[in-house]
Design a protein. Structure first.
Length: 133
């Protein structure tokens, strides 16, 4: 099994890197709610980006995969689609996007790294309207 590249989802500076050692996940037997609740600690690496985008990416180890290797540290600047690490025997990658982004892929869709657009920035209605005099 060849390692799979982990690509940067956007251009920016790495502002946070957190490694956690905890529970491994069986990839085909998890629910979305498991990741939304932060009560359980998983074996994972979390990266935070700053710049034009404020995105967080979690690379979670699964039961039969090896721990992902990430080659970036806080302060590093990365380009969009730059290789920032590798995972062997699979894993789960979760992206946390700001509210002004709209997800454009459907659930259970096949995606290809650096080719599939996952989300687009949309205008957020602030609820304030301007009135002309």
């Amino acid at each position: 099994w060849a390692p799979q590249s982990i690509l940067s989802p956007c251009k920016g500076e790495i502002i946070e890197r957190m490694n956690s050692i905890g529970k491994n996940i069986f990839r085909y037997n998890y629910s979305k709610k498991v990741f939304l609740r932060r009560k359980k600690v998983f074996s994972e690496i979390t990266l935070g980006y700053s710049g034009e985008h404020n995105i967080y990416m979690r690379v979670v180890k699964t039961k039969f995969s090896l721990f992902p290797s990430i080659s970036v540290m806080p302060g590093d600047r990365v380009k969009k689609s730059a290789e920032i690490g590798q995972m062997t025997l699979g894993g789960i990658i979760l992206l946390y996007l700001p509210v002004e982004y709209k997800v454009v892929v459907r659930e259970n869709s096949s995606i290809s790294a650096s080719e599939t657009i996952l989300a687009k920035k949309s205008e957020v209605d602030s609820g304030i309207s301007e009135r002309g005099n």
